[in-house]
Design a protein around this ligand. Structure first.
Ligand SMILES: NC(=O)c1ccc[n+]([C@@H]2O[C@H](COP(=O)([O-])OP(=O)(O)OC[C@H]3O[C@@H](n4cnc5c(N)ncnc54)[C@H](OP(=O)(O)O)[C@@H]3O)[C@@H](O)[C@H]2O)c1
Length: 356
């Protein structure tokens, strides 16, 4: 079965039974075992056309798409030397019982999918790491891995990017959607540096949760932006992607805003920006591009070592901040996805889906 999502109306989903042609030469069929669902996956659907997320797993149905997720899958058939039946990988998956990849050469315990429809897409999404050679894999933290691994890398990169730039001369960093996992993991890293004040903006209903994390020096509801001190040199890290919030922050800080970093779109159905806001033009932060730059600077091993060390330090935090909610099956996954797309998620919950 495949879980399809209606493009432009992401809370509408349906399950379909696709044809399963026999494997071609050099292909591998994988059975999806476990994946996470967070606002990140809703954003994949919202930005599916613009950032080509619909291209990873074509749905074959006009107007409907397959939203990618991160998780574990097991090889059930193989005509490729890169992966044997029974081996397990971590990587980018569709919300489907099974899917097929065409691995390139196995290198450093991983392979890339060389299927024609995935060429030209960001390499980080085409890479599958075999559990056996994966420095970040541990059996007892699988739920935390599927939930946080894709998000934490971005958090690590936000912290690294801002520190490397000397915070653009700012003395505080302001996050929107401060309750989101990507935001608070970055806030924790920034707070640990102690170089800048870290401020979180969130929905009124999520203020208590976000304050309770202890990673922000200050937490405010979106309605309080107008009362902030607009003269403090600041960086805005926009995880919400809500034009109203962004305009309010830019209007309040104006030229005191030293950098505006457009990372996410958790408020995916809020109005888009139709006019350039006051202050600096927002610059898009696309993690795969920043990964590429840092791999260039540090080498693949150096990059892996730095992210791995930060990840190991973060894992106890993730376990403390997250209530893992496990659902079973694609029907259940469709309900969780629809709830997240409808804004009914609770920031303390970490949804994982098991397909058995
Ligand atoms: N640029 C990149 O390379 C990159 C990489 C990784 C992640 N991201 C983006 O970062 C964002 C955060 O992802 P995440 O998985 O960390 O999020 P998450 O933990 O699932 O975020 C939950 C929070 O997002 C807000 N939210 C979620 N769904 C909403 C909805 N339908 N309507 C309004 N608000 C909603 C709420 O925060 P508030 O009440 O605090 O607003 C909610 O508490 C995503 O947009 C993701 O795509 C970008």
């Amino acid at each position: 079965m495949d879980l399809l999502v209606k493009k432009g109306a992401l809370a509408q989903t349906k399950l379909v039974a696709p044809a399963q042609p026999p494997l071609g030469k050099g292909e591998v069929r994988l059975k999806v075992d476990l994946f996470s669902l967070t606002a990140n996956n809703v954003t994949y659907g919202a930005a599916g056309d613009f950032l080509k997320y619909w291209q990873f797993y074509p749905s074959g149905e006009e107007g409907w798409g397959r939203v990618p997720v991160w998780g574990f899958a097991t090889v059930t058939e193989s005509t490729s030397a890169a992966a044997n039946v029974g081996e397990r990988v971590y990587g980018y998956l569709p919300m489907s019982d099974t899917f097929v990849v065409k691995p390139g050469e196995k290198k450093n315990g991983a392979f890339a999918d060389h299927s024609a429809h995935r060429q030209g897409l960001a390499p980080v999404y085409n890479n599958y790491v075999l559990n056996a050679g994966d420095a970040l894999y541990a059996k007892d933290t699988e739920a935390m891995q599927v939930l946080f691994r894709p998000l934490f890398t971005t958090s690590f990169l936000i912290d690294d990017f801002l520190a490397d730039a000397g915070f653009f001369g700012a003395s505080q960093v302001i996050f929107s959607s401060a309750s989101a996992k990507t935001s608070y993991a970055a806030a924790q890293l920034l707070k640990a540096r102690g170089d800048v004040k870290v401020v979180g903006l969130t929905s009124t209903s999520n203020v208590a949760f976000t304050k309770g994390l202890g990673f922000y020096d200050d937490v405010l509801p979106y309605e309080a932006i107008g009362g902030m001190d607009g003269s403090a040199p600041s960086v805005f890290v926009d995880i919400a992607g809500n034009a109203g919030v962004r305009t309010a922050v830019h209007a309040k800080f104006g030229d005191s805003l030293k950098y505006s970093c457009a990372v996410g779109a958790t408020h995916w159905d809020a109005p888009r920006q139709d006019q350039m806001p006051a202050g600096p033009a927002p610059k898009m932060f696309f993690a795969p591009d920043v990964v590429k730059k840092r791999i260039g600077d540090w080498g693949p091993a150096g990059f892996g070592q730095k992210v791995g060390a930060a990840w190991a330090a973060f894992l106890p935090t993730a376990a403390r901040t997250t209530h893992v909610v496990e659902s079973v099956g694609l029907e259940a996954a469709s309900r969780v996805f629809a709830d997240l797309a409808s804004g009914l998620g609770d920031p303390k919950d970490g949804h994982v889906v098991r397909l058995d």
